[in-house]
Design a protein around this ligand. Sequence first.
Ligand code: 13P
Length: 250
Amino acid sequence: MSRKKLIAANWKMYKTPDETKRFFADFLPLVSAHDRDEMVVCPPFVDLHVALECVRGERIGIGAQNLYWKSEGAFTGEVSSAMLVALGCTHVIIGHSERRQYFGETDDTVNLKLKAALEHGLTPIVCVGEVLEEREAGLTEDVLRRQCVRAFHALSARKAEALVIAYEPVWAIGTGKTATPKIASEAHILIRGEAAKAFGEQFASQLRILYGGSVKPENSSALMAEPEIDGALVGGASLDPKSFAAIVKY
Ligand code: 13P
């Protein structure tokens, strides 16, 4: 069955509210006639409100880049899925490799965050991917399997329905080195296989698996032409309205 592609922007720690407004003022006219795929922009927390105002009435979802799994409480500096939903967010990125590398996220916190996001009706974009040393040591499959198994722990197919996975090989992030469509496809097939084990074949056949890592206007068509690749999670190239629009229209 065909899966609707999702093209998502991860702005990471870039752009102020004013810069966010300017981005959408330039970006929206470029994609106004475009309704082939789903589009999502994930700005920093402080820009979410402005971003949501900018896309009101448009076919663009707004997502956060992280969340905490409790609904509320004495957790200084954290933001809950309930808060994101109250604001109007529809998506959230979970377990990005930068969060795993620099902020101590583990497969287990990814699982807790994933369950919280699903319970609150957010569409989670769970990131998995190997680092260069793991790929060179032949450990890619083991790493992806472990990340999937632990992320999916204690979840049912019914609860996980909205799940989206992003395969982001860490060696391809911000390096200009893109995984070839073939490398990405192989990883996606493995991830889909893990989803089938956890949630069944039917679920796996509908699961969207995005590719992320140096996606640019120049390589997006070739990546998106792969039947296994159901969209993109775009970092650097999503910060410029023209280049993100070009990727959206691959
Ligand atoms: P780049 O597109 O800048 O390589 O970043 C990819 C990424 O990490 C998206 O989440």
